[in-house]
Every structure is written in structure tokens, then in C-alpha cells.
Design a protein around this ligand. Structure first.
Ligand SMILES: Nc1ncnc2c1ncn2[C@@H]1O[C@H](COP(=O)(O)OP(=O)(O)OP(=O)(O)O)[C@@H](O)[C@H]1O
Length: 682
């Protein structure tokens, strides 16, 4: 069996975790691109009828909140029908029969197997045609504000459905596209060209069907999307319901709505399964929400540690920013689902992205190929753009302490000058350089020497780099931010229109219509092969403080709670209302940056862009200070407490990351820098 069970037809994407790339005071010890298999890609504790089909439970009236995604999976192994069996329906197994029934070249060309294509083109290669075939299964996810439906269909089902629709609507219907299952490529010829994958074609076909006012109530559609026994499932967003409830609900009128009681979230709602990683302020656990069986990344921050590190402002800011960006939907910005606290910890519940992080990927590959660099860079740029548009800006709160990644700091920060949005374009340049070459541009073992290099050294490139890439990096790594690419009157458009991105359709990037050049292997829902073993081997438990947190100290953490779900229940149109508020916040923050001119004109993606696909996201972290490797050498696999671990790390000065010893990361920068959201926190 193939190791890679999950293959996506929809593009593999990158989501920015906002604070990582932007150097707020949290240390970025372990930068991360967390590749995307979405948390509900595996089967959550959903409700599935084992006995009979359950009617498709959506009214399809609320088109605005409707999301449709089709992702490719591999199915069970079956035999490809032999040529004569195409004529003789009785000579093959079940799947082949279904192939035969469709009996069309078109269908054969749908299959995701190269030898199927041979079948079409060559009469002399019949033996090849008899090879084992893995028929492609597609996971269709339909989501509205209340529920998520996950069903599994094969091409033959689509064809059946399409034929039914033809009968039902002879005159008007979207056409099932011609499918050849060649994925949208990200191939380097000059640069790149794109082609739609089968899943993407099916997705757009299905979107048209469910969005069509005539078709949406069609019995064929409802039959096609009905919840079938075994694999398919449906989950309500406001908590799991039992099967009986589901069936009642399905039978009930479409206008009925189920309201769950307000529930105060607590750590008892989650099962801590594994440790995924560790940052400056906390440990991140793979966690399962008990009520829904859904996986999340749960970040636990020790209050004792926060107090010890005097990082209360930082932790509040992190929470504020995450909460603020949750009010918008952007494909490359992570979503905070909940934040809450108990006596000892602060908790952030984030969407889980199981594909690993960029530090781990870079440690494995040393550097990325051109297509991969371009792909990540394009998505990161859209993420940065959005954060800037939201007015998320960088501020120094204190110069006494700093836990962050020194390598990405822009010269103006090192020089302790005023700084703002342009620092992110410098960080982007540094990260891109690192992805392309395997090392940051001004790396030095000694931190002060590195700062000196950032301020003084000439930018040099290894042989063999693309001309356009060098030109872009040259633009981004301009010491004077006024000359930096992205910092002129056209803002980020200067970067997006750079020749390096000549072949990038930014709309495709935004809508995840581009298949990632690299898809991490994920064998099952809780497969952690893309995470660092050092963490994964730790026992997943919370560390307890050495002494109680005093009530006066507890007050520092007041107001930490947040829930995306509750907000969704409270207000149907909260995001639109909030959008206006954010616009103001953005423009006010932008107004302060005289040198940037009118940035608002350059943003392509307005707030009305409500489509948000979190089915196939890749969470992006930039590469940061990596304690993982350090701990491998020092206390490999130990179940040391967060506090001890942190103490251990902070007592060390240099941490080595990656396979090669080229990448050394430093912390204990004497500055504190802080991302803040204008108007929310100072
Ligand atoms: N949502 C997530 N899904 C999957 N893994 C995650 C997620 N969030 C964090 N991780 C993993 O946990 C690690 C630590 O994350 P965390 O946010 O604590 O640290 P960080 O991003 O390095 O930031 P900081 O040091 O500023 O706290 C990440 O490097 C990543 O491997």
C-alpha cells in the first residue's frame, strides 16, 4: 500500500500563523510549515447511519456560507478491466463492472493511473493495461454554518449523477468536465504553469450544481449527496449529536435549528494525545475535542513561565491577534477556535495542520526547489498582505528581554529605529533566501556578528540561483526600508508584480487552485511523522507550577477567554460587521505610516472575499530558533516539564537546527519586540 493515503485534488496551501513570521516577542524556536491534512480529513466522531442512507441535510439556501471542496484520496485496490471485459460485463469484479457499465473512454481517462492513459493510446500494450488499479476516491466536503458533511465518491458516481441530471434537466445543467486527472502542475519551465486537477474540476462542477437555484433541490443531487453507510459522515458544528437526533433533524423541517447550551470551555474538554512542538511560551499538543472527536492543536502556556519571563503582554497580544484574525476568513491565516484558562495555564485551541513545519522540512531537505520556494512565498505574501491590511503592526514594548528569532530581524530593528510593516518584507526576503539556499543570508555563529553582518555585509548568492530570484531577494533585503521592495507607494503589489512571480496567478493562489509541489506524507489522521520526534516522544501532559499563582498575578490573565464557535452562534453576520471595524482600524494604522502612501489601493482581496477553504491548508511558520535539535542532543526524549525545558533552553545560547550545522539560531536578543493590533492593544 502506498504510504501516502491522502492526496488532495484541491491545492495544497500555506497558512500563515501570524505571529511567527512577524517577529513578535515570542521566540520562534521552531519555525514551521505545518502541512495540511485538515483535522476533519480523518473521520471525526461523526454521525453516520449504518443502516440506511440519510438524506442530504442541507437546504442550500444559505449560499453565502456554503463551502464545497473535493479532495482526492486513494481507494481500495481493484483490477483494471481487461479490454474484452469492457465488452463483457460479467467477466470482472464489482469495481470493474462499474467501470464497464460506464464503458466510456471518457471514464477510463478519468482514472488516476498512467496505464489507463496508455490504454487509450496504445493497442499493443494490453498487458500493461491489466496492472492493478487504484480507483480514485474523492472526498466531498460540504459545509455551512451549522454542519459539515463528508462523503466519499468515485468518478463512476459522478458519471451516474451527471447522467441522472441530464435526464432530470435535459436543457440546463453544468457540464461534467472532461477529466484526465492530471494534477495542476507546478513545473518549472521558465517558471511555472498551472493546470487543474481532477478534484478541482469536480469541485468547480459541484459548486456550480449546488449553487444553481434550479438544481439544488433536485432529487438526483440529494441522492448523490446523501450520507451513505460506512464511510460518509455528518457533523454538527455545535457539538456531536446522536444518531437519533440526526435522524430527527433530517426529518424535521429545514428551517429548524439546534442551539447548544453555552458551554464554558475547559481543558477537560480535550484529550491531550501527543506533543507536537514547543515555542517560546508554550507546548503545543495534538488534542482531540471529546465532544466532537475533532483534532486540534492545543497550545498550553504555563502561567508560571509567563510570569517568570515577564511575558504577560506578549501572551495577551498573541491571543488578541489570533482572536482578531479569526473574525476574518483568509486562506493563509490560522484560525483560533477557543482560548481559555485554568489556574496554571492559558490555552489556545487552533486548527491542527498535520504536515510538519518548515524548520523540520528544511532540516530534512536542507533547502527547497524553486517551485516549492515560489509556492510558499506566494502564499506567505498573501498572508502578510492581509495582516498588514488588518493593521497588525510590530511594536517594541520593552528592550530588556526578547525571545525571538534573531536571524529574521530587519536592520531598522537592530538599529533600534522606528519600524513598521516593512520589517515583514525583510523577514520574507530572509526566509526566502533560506528556503532557496539552506541558510539565512547573514548567518553567523555569534549573534552580535550576525547583527553586524545584517547591517554591513553585502548580499551574496550561491551559484545557480534564478536571476529573477536574486533580483527579488535583492529588492526585499534592502537595508533602507524606503528602498525595499513592497515599501513603495504600490505596497505589496511591487512584490507581486516582480518578474519572479511572472507566472503566478494570484487569484489562483488565493483560492488554492494550485497544487503544492510538495505534499507531506500523512498515513492516517494522527500520523505525526512530519513532526519532530523529540517532541512527539514526550508524554503529553501539562506541567504543574512549583508554586501556586497568586490571585494578584492571576489578574494579569483576566479576559483571556475567546470562542470562535460562540461568536458564530451569536451573530450571523458578525464577520461583515467586524469587517467594517477592521477597515477603519487598518486605515487608521496605515495613516500613521507616511512613507507608505495609500496602501489600501493595492490590496486585491477585499472583505467581501468570504470564501475560506480550510480543507487543505498548510500552516506556515517561518523558520525560527529551534530548540528541537538542541534538545535532541541534550535531553533527548526526556519528559521534562515545560518549565525545565524552557529554563534549559534559555540557559543555552546557541541552538543548532537542521541536518547541517550551517543553521544556527540564537535567542536572548536584548530587545523585546511585539506585534500588536492597532486599537486593541498597546
Ligand atoms: N496549529 C498547529 N498545528 C500543528 N502544529 C502546530 C500548530 N501550532 C503549533 N504547532 C507546532 O508546535 C510548534 C510550537 O508552536 P508555538 O506556536 O508554540 O511556537 P512558535 O510558533 O515557535 O512560536 P513562539 O515561540 O512565538 O511561541 C510549532 O513549531 C509546530 O511544530
Amino acid at each position: 500500500m502506498s504510504r501516502s493515503i491522502y492526496k488532495f485534488g484541491t491545492p495544497w496551501s500555506v497558512t500563515l500563523r501570524p505571529r511567527r513570521l512577524f517577529q513578535k516577542s515570542g521566540a520562534s524556536r521552531r519555525g514551521s510549515v505545518v502541512g495540511a491534512l485538515t483535522h476533519f480529513m480523518g473521520k471525526p466522531s461523526s454521525i453516520t447511519s449504518r443502516n440506511s442512507r440519510i438524506e442530504f441535510p442541507f437546504t442550500l439556501d444559505d449560499q453565502e456560507n456554503l463551502r464545497v471542496a473535493v479532495q482526492e484520496q486513494t481507494g481500495q485496490v481493484t483490477q483494471l478491466p481487461q479490454p474484452d471485459s469492457l465488452e463483457n460485463p460479467d467477466s470482472s469484479n464489482g469495481s470493474a463492472t462499474s467501470l464497464r457499465k460506464k464503458g466510456s473512454r471518457k471514464f477510463l481517462s478519468f482514472s488516476n493511473i498512467a496505464n489507463i492513459n496508455n490504454n487509450k493510446n496504445s493497442n499493443s500494450s494490453t498487458s500493461k493495461k491489466q496492472k492493478t488499479l487504484v480507483p480514485t476516491t474523492f472526498m466531498i466536503t460540504i459545509e455551512d454554518k451549522n454542519q459539515i458533511l463528508c462523503i466519499f465518491r468515485q468518478i463512476s458516481d459522478f458519471i451516474d449523477f451527471d447522467q441522472q441530471l441530464r435526464i432530470e434537466f435535459p436543457k440546463f445543467r453544468p457540464t461534467l468536465p472532461s477529466l484526465d486527472d492530471r494534477r495542476k502542475s507546478f513545473i518549472l519551465t521558465k517558471h511555472f504553469f498551472f493546470r487543474k486537477s481532477t478534484a478541482e474540476k469536480l469541485e468547480s462542477y459541484l459548486r456550480k450544481v449546488v449553487g444553481d437555484s434550479n438544481l439544488k433541490n433536485s432529487p438526483s443531487l440529494r441522492e448523490f449527496l446523501s450520507v451513505r453507510p460506512e464511510k460518509d459522515y455528518i457533523r454538527w458544528k455545535n457539538g456531536a449529536l446522536n444518531k437519533q437526533t440526526l435522524e430527527n433533524r433530517v426529518c424535521a423541517s429545514s428551517s429548524s435549528r439546534i442551539h447548544s447550551k453555552p458551554h464554558k470551555p475547559s481543558i477537560d474538554d480535550y484529550e491531550l494525545m501527543k506533543v507536537l512542538g514547543k515555542g517560546c511560551m508554550g507546548k503545543v499538543f495534538l488534542s482531540r475535542e471529546k465532544s466532537t472527536n475533532r483534532l486540534y492543536a492545543l497550545k498550553a502556556i504555563s502561567k508560571e513561565w509567563v510570569i517568570y519571563r515577564q511575558e504577560t503582554d506578549h501572551t495577551k497580544t498573541e491571543r488578541d491577534i489570533l482572536a482578531a484574525v479569526t473574525t476574518i476568513t483568509h486562506p493563509f491565516i490560522i484560525r483560533l477556535r477557543d482560548s481559555f484558562q485554568d489556574n496554571n495555564h492559558l490555552f489556545l485551541v487552533l486548527d491542527y495542520y498535520p504536515g510538519g513545519d518548515i524548520a523540520t522540512q528544511l532540516a530534512k531537505w536542507h533547502k527547497f526547489d524553486d517551485a516549492r520556494c515560489l509556492f510558499y512565498a506566494a502564499e506567505i505574501i498573501l498572508g502578510i498582505e492581509e495582516l498588514h491590511r488588518l493593521g497588525i503592526v510590530y511594536r517594541i514594548l520593552d528592550t530588556n528581554t526578547f525571545c525571538g528569532t534573531a536571524e529574521y530581524l530587519a536592520p531598522e530593528i537592530i538599529r533600534a529605529e522606528d519600524y513598521s510593516y516593512p520589517v515583514d518584507w525583510w523577514s520574507l526576503g530572509t526566509l526566502m533566501y533560506e528556503m532557496m539556499t539552506g541558510i539565512t543570508p547573514f548567518w553567523a555563529e555569534d549573534q552580535n556578528r550576525m547583527y553586524q553582518r545584517v547591517l554591513e555585509d553585502e548580499l551574496e548568492f550561491p551559484d545557480g540561483m534564478l536571476q529573477e530570484a536574486m533580483s527579488l531577494l535583492h529588492g526585499l533585503l534592502q537595508r533602507d526600508y524606503r528602498n525595499r521592495l513592497g515599501c513603495g507607494p504600490n505596497g505589496s503589489m511591487e512584490i507581486k508584480t516582480h518578474p519572479y512571480f511572472d507566472y503566478v496567478d494570484w487569484d489562483d493562489v488565493y483560492h488554492k487552485r494550485i497544487c503544492s509541489p510538495y505534499i507531506p506524507t500523512i498515513d492516517h489522521e494522527t500520523d505525526l511523522q512530519n513532526f519532530d520526534d523529540t517532541f512527539v516522544r514526550m508524554s503529553p501532559k501539562l506541567s504543574m507550577p512549583k508554586q501556586e499563582i497568586s490571585p494578584s498575578m492571576q489578574q494579569h490573565f483576566a479576559g483571556y477567554s475567546f470562542s470562535d464557535k460562540r461568536k458564530m452562534l451569536r451573530s450571523k453576520s458578525s464577520s461583515r460587521v467586524k469587517s467594517n471595524v477592521d477597515r477603519k482600524s487598518v486605515s487608521s494604522s496605515l495613516a500613521g505610516i507616511q512613507s507608505h502612501g495609500n496602501r489600501t489601493s493595492v490590496y486585491q482581496h477585499g472583505y467581501d472575499q468570504s470564501y475560506h477553504d480550510d480543507y487543505s491548508e498548510m500552516l506556515y511558520h517561518h523558520r525560527g530558533v529551534d530548540i528541537a535539535s538542541d534538545n535532541k542532543h541534550s535531553r533527548c526524549g526526556d519528559d521534562i516539564s515545560e518549565f525545565e525545558l524552557d529554563q534549559n533552553c534559555y540557559n543555552r545560547y546557541t541552538v543548532t537546527a537542521g541536518e547541517s550545522n550551517k543553521n544556527h539560531h540564537h535567542f536572548q536578543n536584548p530587545r523585546v519586540s511585539q506585534y500588536t493590533l492597532d486599537g486593541l492593544w498597546h
